[in-house]
Design a protein around this ligand. Sequence first.
Ligand code: F3S
Length: 278
Amino acid sequence: MKVDLASYSGFCFGVKRAIKLAFQAADDGRVGTVYSLGPLIHNPQVVDKLKGKGVRVIEDLKGIEEGTLIIRSHGVHPSVLAKVENTGLKIVDATCPLVKRSQDLAKRLDEEGYSVVIIGERDHCEVKALLGFVGDEALVIENLEEARRVKKARKLGILSQTTQSVDNFKKVVGELSAKAEEMKIFNTICEATRKRQKATLDLSRKVDLMLVLGGYESANSRRLAQISQDAGTETYHLETPAEINPGWFKNKEKIGVTAGASTPDWIIEEAMDKLKKI
Ligand code: F3S
């Protein structure tokens, strides 16, 4: 059995930066209790490590008046920042700079009079936060079927969730192009996402079975699993190497491994070791 790791996989720079900032805050005795509004990244194993360092995950700011609040890599709705201003909380902003760029672009499109369209998952925290930069007025489109139902518009300003599938983005933009008199498009899918998606597709076409390592809540990991499945390759999405089932590899010669942008190296290394032993 031959095992190959995708040429791009695992932590992206935005996630690395967020984790570094969180550990720095946790190690700094002067900043009080450190909170993260929602899990810092969509990887429970990393969130557990941070918890071990004292970083507390909270769902809202109720009753939290002091300490340090880490803004996670997905960004946060501006109303949260407004609430923080009325407390003694300090902010460590770990919003990925590329997410921040999308937020600035959304605001600019809105100011220029475009009806803003976000191609992404309406329940994803990045998209919910992004909506806040256009007064919660943008249209969120998840897929081609939804794009088909959009009415004609004068000016559409389009951007994407940073971890969207490139293929879905192209399809939705193609459909919308027939509906607007004027359109401004920003492909805000980040480079880390594009590279991981392409590497997953290339590898999945060469192997008999693919393993995708990543949190079940991680949108970009789920997307990698979908890309591999759509390529017709038997695919398993796992959160930890403990889930690897040796029975999967019967009569399989080539195995591919990939990992989402929030999957730490130690999980990838453990999985590769386990596969080598099998
Ligand atoms: Fe940033 Fe892209 Fe990672 S938006 S957090 S570099 S997946």
